[in-house]
Design a protein around this ligand. Sequence first.
Ligand code: B12
Ligand code: SF4
Length: 479
Amino acid sequence: MIDNIDKKGDKKVLLIFIQADSGVDGTSSLEATAAQHNIFSSLKDAALSNIIRRAQFAIPPLALMILSSQKVAGVTQSICDLRFEKLPLNEHWDMAGISVQTGAVRPAFQLADALRARGIKVVLGGPYVTIFPDNCRDHADALVIGEADDIWREVQYNLLAGTLKSEYRVETFPDLSIERLVEKDALDIKRYFTTNVIQTTRGCPYSCDFCNVHVMNGHRLRHKALPDVLREVEHSLSKDKRIFFFLDDTINADEHYAEKLFNELERFKIHWVGQATTALGEKPRLLDAFARSGCGALLIGIESLTDGSNHAHKKFHNPAARQVECISNIRKAGICVYGSFIYGLDEDTLELPAKLEAFIEETGVDVPGINLLRPIPGTGVFNRLAHEGRLLHSPDDHDAFKFSWGQEMLYKPLRIPLQEFIPSYTALTSRVFTVQNAVKRAMRAPRLRSAVLMFNLLYVHMYGMARKDLLRQLGEMEK
Ligand code: B12
Ligand code: SF4
């Protein structure tokens, strides 16, 4: 392949991560005009939105770090993260690679069209392209469908040779046990809260119907070899000494592997955060390995407090009867819990908010996240809601779909009329997210008290904004 290379010169590739319209990229009111009626409040919202974007989730896109680590002689790659920087259009680029997440489809396509109009070749990849390639074809010179860890080299060779194909389809999931060191040289390290992002496994053995992961990455858990992970931690530390984010969706999915990993990691004396299931709380040895290796906080998807609702959404690995004990045990081990709940699942009733509040109190969840169900196109729940006529927008209009911050209902809950559901949700978030509760949670947190305070205070603001949007939606429904 290399023999065909056009020797005219190096090719420059820009890898782009898009800022989503709302959600964790800095919540802003969904109704811009309404937010602007008061200049001071819109300035305050813009400033807070900026802080949220930078402080809270300022980690780099691992996908683009992986791609830029696939080096081909004659190609230079840079990452542009539109959440924090502007497009460097004063420079020459031969090709742009855009990561398209569902929910940021419109800005991604607009950007792709604009770049192509300037003569830059555009390759689209990422979750949305993998699930809905046909919707993307008109906006790209090439699509990469699937996990691009290995195929990205071929794309670069073809760029050099002037033989870019319109489609690259990854037929089998990459074998993660082959070492691929992730480099940071295409990134501006200073822009981020930390650049230590590591994924040790990919895929998910579970099938929650509101989630895309098992759809995109498969049900079989693929592991990196433990020595490779340790080398990656060491390499990452040599460039950046800050906290680590393990991006695995369930870092305790393979308990045996996780225990070995975190026992080995102890010697690096790092601090880390990640995502786990409640099951961790009933495995004292594993929990101990997590705590000794420097685990400061875990995001735990609790979703509902009733088995009926969790089971209705194919989540079977979080039995309601064990939730209190598991969460309490994790906190007793000195690990903060970000408890992620969803209100509005199929078996939920108006009694759930009171239960949720009591649960948060009883277990001492350090940072609660009370989400509305987001039916992501391509998930089982999206298809079911579309089939049952419960979506509030056309199923074909993926642009109507937003990953907002509990700011709008996108569907009709099964057992609660929307007119009652919205007020019960807004009343719940106004009780849970108060300044007083933020201070209380920070004071009782097992560690990371200032981070717990900051998160809770930001949520006072973010859920407050969400309430305004939701109540506006309710008002419109009642007109
Ligand atoms: C860490 C993380 C974040 C971080 C960092 C963002 C990031 N994507 O790096 C933060 C906190 C910022 C974040 C934010 C959000 N996230 Co998030 N996040 C994740 C998580 C846990 C890991 C992402 C990751 O690094 N994966 C590992 C890499 C290697 O996989 P990958 O991103 O899919 O990339 C591979 C392929 O897709 C492809 N690829 C990707 N991009 C490109 C680009 C090109 C050019 C090519 C060729 C190929 C290619 O090749 C890559 C290598 O194999 C995933 C879950 C998951 N398992 O992926 C959710 C996930 C991506 N997030 C999700 C969501 C919903 C969000 C938010 C909308 C949340 C919110 N309400 O605001 C925002 C959106 C932000 C945005 N601007 O788009 C959903 C996306 C669903 C979808 N269909 O798009 C996921 C899948 C979670 C889920 N359960 O469904 N997230
Ligand atoms: S929500 Fe978590 S546990 Fe459920 S399928 Fe998705 S990644 Fe797996």
